[in-house]
Design a protein around this ligand. Structure first.
Ligand code: GDP
Length: 361
């Protein structure tokens, strides 16, 4: 499954956040047979629709979609040249599908900042610079060989052009992601073989003081620093406390700081979206469940997530949109109202589709 790598300078609250991520333990609760790896935090993507479906169908359990976060050790200035954890760090980050930067905004004289002062802007620049330098190193290493190849093989010319364009962006001090070269896009295709870091989607977690959680002006300022990437504001210590509480106690504590849901829930939702994922829903007496698919997946591809045989033997998908199903109150009634659609193999799945697949075995 896809993973989000957590990076950041030392002492910004990564471990605190990651501990909260692992403590929430959606895996242990919902997937008892899954292996839980120590450096991976699995967080449920909150979806209130599942509980409603569960009521409607009398489901025994609710299985949300999940997002995997990987703890990648702290980055320091010079990491791109092998400083500190250097190469190991770059290796881990290369394996992640998206990059989540944790940025310190909280003020606490007892917690030393590596650069002596709290400045989200300069921290972001430090991390971006290391990733940009690592990519520049990759690009400069392969470019001469690619140029030579392209002189003989004309079909390699688009690769050279794309790599040269990427080099110009990096030399300009920008990440490829912020320059709008999205992983998976046609523009990014020729760059794929280089496994560049800054082409991955980024998201930013600002570890803020509790009073900053509701400071809209402050948040707007930080958002502007990272746009078009998403920014999430949370207090890592508070998240660690929340992870220890049951739901009612957690909601009570959240209320005292003017929040409706834990920052981790927001992080899971935004992270899921940043990875380019969406869900469809199934429901029955056994379980109400959200299944993870890439945005734009077709009905047979969606069926394949449940079982490869479902994809191979795919005949049709009976689809009712969540809203229609809830309004009708049952599948039978939704069918009677003409709200159940039979979709074929070219159907592109939509958010909120409640699905039952028909297939040959
Ligand atoms: P890491 O080096 O990025 O993994 O940072 P840690 O999670 O180890 O945190 C470094 C120090 O900052 C620890 O003493 C934490 O208790 C403290 N810390 C983490 N998050 C917060 C926060 O939100 N507010 C305050 N005041 N301290 C925090």
């Amino acid at each position: 499954s896809l993973t989000i790598g957590i990076v950041g300078l030392p002492n910004v609250g990564k471990s605190t956040l990651f501990n909260a991520l692992t403590k929430n333990d959606v895996l242990a609760a919902n997937y008892p047979f899954a292996t839980i790896e120590p450096n991976i935090g699995v967080v449920g993507v909150p979806d209130p629709r599942l509980a409603r479906l569960g009521e409607l169908f009398g489901s025994q359990r609710i299985l949300p979609a999940t997002v995997d976060f990987v703890d990648i050790a702290g980055i320091v200035r010079g990491a791109s040249e092998g400083e500190g954890l250097g190469n190991k760090f770059l290796h881990h980050i290369r394996e992640a599908d998206a990059i989540c930067q944790v940025i310190r905004a909280f003020k606490d004289e007892n917690v030393v900042h590596v650069d002596g002062k709290v400045s989200p802007k300069s921290d972001i620049e430090t991390i971006d610079t290391e990733l940009i330098l690592a990519d520049l190193g990759t690009v400069e290493k392969v470019l001469p060989r690619l140029q030579k190849e392209a002189r003989i093989k004309k079909d390699r010319q688009p690769v050279v052009a794309a790599v040269e364009a990427a080099k110009a962006i990096l030399e300009d001090g920008r990440t490829l992601f912020s320059a709008g070269i999205a992983q998976g896009s046609e523009q990014a295709e020729p760059l794929r073989e280089l496994h560049l870091l800054t082409i991955k989607p980024f998201l930013y977690v600002f570890n803020v003081d509790e009073d900053e959680l509701t400071d809209e002006a402050f948040k707007a300022e930080q958002r502007a620093l990272v746009a078009p990437a998403e920014a999430i504001f949370l207090n890592a210590k508070l998240e660690a406390d929340l992870a220890e509480l049951d739901e009612d106690e957690a909601l009570e504590l959240l209320e005292t700081v003017g929040q409706q849901e834990p920052g981790l829930a927001t992080l899971a939702r935004v992270g899921f979206d940043t990875l380019g994922l969406q869900t469809y829903l199934t429901a029955g007496p056994k379980e109400a469940r959200a299944w993870t698919i890439p945005k734009g997946a077709t009905a047979p591809e969606a069926a394949g997530v449940i079982h490869t045989d479902f994809q191979k033997g795919f005949i049709k998908a009976e689809v009712i949109s969540y809203d229609d199903l809830l309004e009708a109150g049952s599948v039978t009634e939704a069918r009677a109202r003409g709200k159940a659609r039979m979709e074929g193999k070219d159907y592109v799945m939509r958010d909120g589709d409640v699905v039952e697949f028909r297939f040959n075995v």
